[in-house]
Design a protein around this ligand. Sequence first.
Ligand SMILES: Nc1ncnc2c1ncn2[C@@H]1O[C@H](COP(=O)(O)OP(=O)(O)OP(=O)(O)O)[C@@H](O)[C@H]1O
Ligand SMILES: [Mg+2]
Length: 560
Amino acid sequence: MNQSTFTETIDEIIPSKYDRCKNHDVVISPGGIILIIEDSHTQTRIIKDSLIDLPLEIHCVSTGHEAIEWLNVNKAVLLLLDYELPDMKGIEIIDTLAQQGQNLEFLVMTARGSETVAVQMMKRGAVDYLIKDDAFTSLLPTIVERALKKIKSEQILEIAQNALKQAEKRTRLIIDSAADGFISMWDDGTILDWNKAAERIFGWSYKEAIEQNLIELMMPETHHAHFRKNLLDLRNSDHSLAQNKLIEATALNKTGAEFPIEISASIASEGEPCILNAFIRDISNRQMLESQLIQSEKLASLGQLAAGVAHEINNPIGFVKSNVGTLSEYVGIFTRLLGLYEELSQAIREEDKPQQERLLTQIQTIREEEDLADIFEDVNELLSESTEGLVRVTEIVQNLKSFARVDEASVKEANINDGIAATLKVVWNELKYKSEIVTDLGEIPEIRCSPGQLNQVFMNLLVNAAQAIPERGTITIKTEATSEEIIIQISDTGIGIPEQELSQIFTPFYTTKPVGQGTGLGLSIIYGIIQKHNGTISVESKLGIGTTFTIRLPLEGMCA
Ligand SMILES: Nc1ncnc2c1ncn2[C@@H]1O[C@H](COP(=O)(O)OP(=O)(O)OP(=O)(O)O)[C@@H](O)[C@H]1O
Ligand SMILES: [Mg+2]
């Protein structure tokens, strides 16, 4: 028998990462010993000679006691056991060894064949039973080799099983010590496995969760259909693409409280039904931080816009103030006239003709001097202009309020075009000196989105566009809907972005603007918001020609 063949077999069966398992007491290794227990010296010599080609050491003893003593100190791969020994029967040796906890592989040799003995010994696990006839020594090497192979296979199997058990243990340990919840389930959501983090996140123990349906137990009812579709899509998708796709969703814990989660799911087994594995993360804290970051970035942007906004408010306030001044002058004239009319009606009642004449002359003089017809026309104009100015101020204040709203994370059905119109009003002052605004807002359906956050996206893109225009240019805003998505494009005729910088612009804090002018957070926040809407944002730019940002939002909108 060739030793290297054996080593290769182990390597094939047990992957190298389980190397340590190979240090198990593998008996069939160079240096293994076969113990011959035989009282006849002649027989012993013949047996020994017949096994000369085997790469194993051979040790011989002639009594049962000697064998037991030797085995208490040494190890043997295989015992070649003569059944009839002077001091004890073969079966007694095997039983004694078994009592000592030594379950050794043995091959029984006997001069006389006995079925009872054969059955007895086979029952105790003998690898073979041989009768010492004429063919005995010529058969022995093959039988021993076969026995050794069998022992080897059993040992390899045992090692492989141990390795597998250890691998399972290790996997379990990894799964249980993971910070993320791990859920293994059938593709209809029936839970098969559930780790400690999942217990923590959802509040259901392993026992409570197993065999329950993830969707029914842990998702709000309004999200069931959406989530079932996600599972179905995952099951039917191209396996390599479906691996670890991140989905944000809303979950329910045991107390019935809703919280946001991120799921990364993958297909664990093919076939019908298939098994899906999912890692689940509670993202309540992250969402809170994100929302704080978005909020503070928004306030920073509003801060940048504040001067413009102040100017925008100042303008109408200025002319309303001057109109009120003129109106109060007019009120002075009307008051004087009213006084004269009062005196005139008194003179009429008293039939004082000269007084009537005098008052009528005075009234006529004022009417002529002040050009009353013009004043009446002017009053109307001043009033409607002032009302317009006040409406404008109210609008600006309302826009600012809706923009700075803290509940901007709320998700609802909204029309993107309305958001763009509202945003344009807020950033108008920032844009109007730099560019002409061209809008081409197509007919688009409402989608489930976070309107406040999308407004922030539009505001950042529009401000970036205006900042990229050195003197004067055009900013074009276009929206359209396809059967699957809404496409929003914001283009400018600004300086453009060098090709080598295109990959960096979405990185947080990347800015080419002077200190104090840009934090470099605008685009990274936009990226996060669009991702949350399951959408994409891309950019195309040519130096000196301009830049176009394209946002694609799926019609089904956000799921949370
Ligand atoms: N429309 C554009 N044209 C040219 N360059 C742009 C455009 N939009 C963004 N960039 C480039 O990308 C960089 C990052 O933009 P981002 O909005 O993230 O930050 P910022 O505008 O520099 O600062 P912040 O938005 O925080 O005030 C900008 O500094 C600019 O170099
Ligand atoms: Mg910016």
